[in-house]
Design a protein around this ligand. Structure first.
Ligand code: ADP
Length: 257
């Protein structure tokens, strides 16, 4: 596992901050972030999830957050509860059109504010759903937020992998340990026949992880239930704790520690 960077002040009460990142949008970064957080919860940890995806905050939908954030007195706001996770989303605090045009430094100040001025309670780990990409906002974040490590999500496809490679290079440049790569939409099992299809190819991320000497954290299939459960606001690890997907995410969680 990684350790906090000594050059950046940590956040009191939060042991480790782990960023879930991707080189581009639509690869399943947010889906991975919530299910990874629930997997960590299942391992007995106190877990928070912070939605920092300024370009499309989706945690409120994924966790069916209905309550408006409440003041906790002074500058502090209360975190929300979802399935035993503490949660907060930039989407609940700032108009999306406003956040989208922010440059890196503004993203970082909003983010550190959400870390410091949300009452998280003591957390073993805060999972941060990063904005996709490797631009100025992401780089500044990786540089200035005291990250213990990063998890990179990619599909097996070449294009997505090239973007993931950029993400890894970015975190390495700022000395944030890359905890590993997740291959999402890795394969598809037809529910009627059980036949397996490698829709986006398969194993690309695992091969890439080996090539770059970063851990491979797991392969998640393309599965309609994962999408349906997400849309319902009950992520698959919560909805089907004894199913095969929950096990994949719990294994993934264990590998990040
Ligand atoms: P990102 O955060 O990278 O933009 P999302 O997590 O929002 O991606 O996922 C994009 C879409 O793909 C969502 O509709 C989500 O439910 C779906 N999705 C993500 N991962 C899977 C998967 N393994 N199987 C099926 N659908 C998935």
């Amino acid at each position: 596992g990684g350790r906090p960077q000594t050059s950046k002040p940590g956040i009191p009460g939060i042991d480790r901050i782990v960023a879930v990142a991707s080189g581009k949008g639509g690869v399943g970064k947010s889906t991975t972030a919530v299910n990874l957080a629930l997997g960590l919860r299942d391992l007995g940890l106190k877990v928070g999830i912070l939605d920092a995806d300024i370009y499309g905050p989706s945690i409120p939908r994924l966790l069916a957050l209905k309550d408006k954030p409440q003041s906790a007195g002074g500058r502090m706001i209360k975190s929300l509860d979802a399935y035993g996770l503490k949660a907060m989303s930039i989407g609940l605090l700032v108009e999306e059109e406003t956040a989208m045009i922010w440059r890196g430094p503004m993203v970082v100040s909003a983010l550190t504010q959400m870390m410091r001025e949300v009452e998280w309670g003591p957390l073993d780990i805060l999972v941060v759903d990063m904005p996709p990409g490797t631009g100025d906002a992401q780089l500044t974040m990786a540089q200035q937020v005291p990250l213990a490590g990063s998890v990179i999500v990619s599909t097996p496809q070449d294009l997505s992998l090239i973007d993931a490679r950029r993400g890894i290079a970015m975190f390495r440049k700022v000395d944030v340990p890359v905890l590993g790569i997740v291959e999402n939409m890795s394969y598809f099992i037809a529910p009627d026949t059980g036949a397996r299809y490698d829709i986006f190819g398969h194993g690309g991320a695992e091969a890439e992880a080996r090539r770059l000497s970063v851990p491979f954290l797991g392969a998640v299939p393309l599965d309609m239930n994962i999408r349906v459960r997400s849309d319902e606001g009950v992520p698959i690890v919560q909805a089907e704790p004894d199913g095969p997907h929950a096990e994949i995410y719990r294994d993934m969680a264990a590998r990040t520690l």
